[in-house]
Design a protein around this ligand. Structure first.
Ligand SMILES: [Zn+2]
Length: 199
């Protein structure tokens, strides 16, 4: 009968199509899962393979980059404690009048950058105890709080050693003639230097 053959012809194609659709659906889900798994694996490798590397936003002043205390667009300078920055600006102008160019070789540093420096020193000296004498931990570093600045070149360091106290700027570690902090009132007497960053 034609009334029976009609439903059969309608049902048959869809019966054939169903397994095919399931296969397609299965393939799509599998591909999706595989894709997610691949992304997770890639993410895990990226986290392991890409070590921290400081950038300008961490306060890095790359080697060969000339920065002065007036460079407000450089995070290492912009994020310094304002009173230290102002005092150093005054000193920089007076040093220039003496024919000395004063540059900032390092200023504010992010915690990550300071940790990176410290870990590098630990690797170099193969000792955490020795490393502490040369690089402060992020918890102790006055660079991280924006209270320290490293200056160069050497004639600027000697100029600041002699004239810094007039601005309240003092060398604070005996083994770092480049490292200065605001440590006294302008014209005051600098506190006795610490032996090193570990003292
Ligand atoms: Zn320093």
């Amino acid at each position: 009968m034609s009334s029976r053959s009609l439903p059969t012809s309608v049902i048959q194609p869809s019966r054939r199509r169903l397994p095919f659709l399931l296969v397609v659906l299965g393939a799509v889900i599998s591909a999706g899962l595989a894709g997610v798994a691949l992304l997770l694996v890639q993410g895990a490798f990226a986290a392991v393979a890409a070590p921290f590397s400081p950038s300008a936003t961490d306060g890095l002043i790359a080697e060969g980059m000339v920065v002065t205390i007036d460079d407000d667009d450089v995070p290492a300078v912009a994020r310094l404690n304002r009173s230290l920055r102002d005092a150093l600006r005054q000193a920089e102008r007076d040093a220039a009048a003496d024919g000395i160019s004063l540059y900032v070789t390092s200023g504010w540093r992010s915690t990550g950058y300071q940790r990176w420096l410290f870990e590098d020193a630990v690797e170099l000296y193969a000792s955490e105890e020795v490393a502490r004498q040369y690089v402060a931990t992020p918890e102790r570093s006055s660079h991280v709080t924006g209270d320290a600045v490293d200056v160069g070149p050497i004639d600027a360091q000697f100029w600041l050693m002699e004239h810094g106290p007039a601005y309240g700027i003092c060398q604070t570690y005996a083994n770092e003639r480049w490292h200065y902090e605001l440590a006294t009132a302008p014209g005051g007497t600098c506190p006795e230097m610490k032996l090193d960053a570990a003292s």
